[in-house]
Design a protein around this ligand. Sequence first.
Ligand SMILES: [Zn+2]
Length: 308
Amino acid sequence: MSKKHISHLKVIFYLFILDLIIVWIIVLLFSAPAGKKPLFAKIPSDETLNLENKDPISQREIVDAYNFDKDYDFKPVEQRPYSVRVPILTYHHVAPLPSSRSSRPYFVSPEMFEKQMKYLDKKHYKSLTPIEFYDLLQLGKNPQQKSVMITFDDGNYNNYEYAYPILKKYDFVGVFYIVSDKIGIPIAALQEMSQNGMIIESHSATHIDLIPVTDAATLSSEITSSKYKIQYLTGRTITSFSYPGCGSNGNVVSTVAASGYLFAVSCGKSIDHSYYGRYGLSRMHAYSNLENFKKILSGIWEVTYDYE
Ligand SMILES: [Zn+2]
């Protein structure tokens, strides 16, 4: 055998050893001993995604399924003709109230949030999933049981820290509109919420004002791509969109509808909705005040500066 041959064999041998080492490192990185987290989170492949088309069904026990017309603390406002009455509540931060007065309207203290959920529980409210809400809209009839949809905008970490445990305690469903490129809640926590019956929906990709956006590519990335990104994270089909800053126009609405969202939520002062208005649904903001909260449930909109 020539010297050249031997050096060739040597190179092949070393490459083989190097290969083994690389394979060994990969195996070591991705496998985790029992009870320990793997170094890298497992990314679901398209085959394992198996998107769920149905929302999880609440396990909450129905105490009074026919209570819609009775037992309100405030006399409900007159209902808009041909509408479906379901208060859609909006929350931003569920956390201790900040010292800054101007940001307080966006906060509900954890104690107050618990009081509000306890009140819904006491009055035998049902918390709707987006699909359940959509079904009612299509039917065009009021629910038989008092119902609300409890929504959260922006995906703030305190939603996971404070609101989620309280929602779980009362077996209520929270609908969380998150910003797909600026997620404030760790992915694993979002997945945990989703697996425990919370609904994770889209509040755009970067939370820009969509009204001045004229190019289709940006609209598509904010509205369409954000939907797929979040679906990829939760393995669940997204049903609805929340407009950043509640702003929309014809262009935005058409993109939302074309992207497969069944409805979209905005801001407003009404608890009455119609199928035809499903891409601009009115939500009432909940404040850190229990009396104000009870009024919202009766469709009474009032400014409050008294945050408890
Ligand atoms: Zn927002």
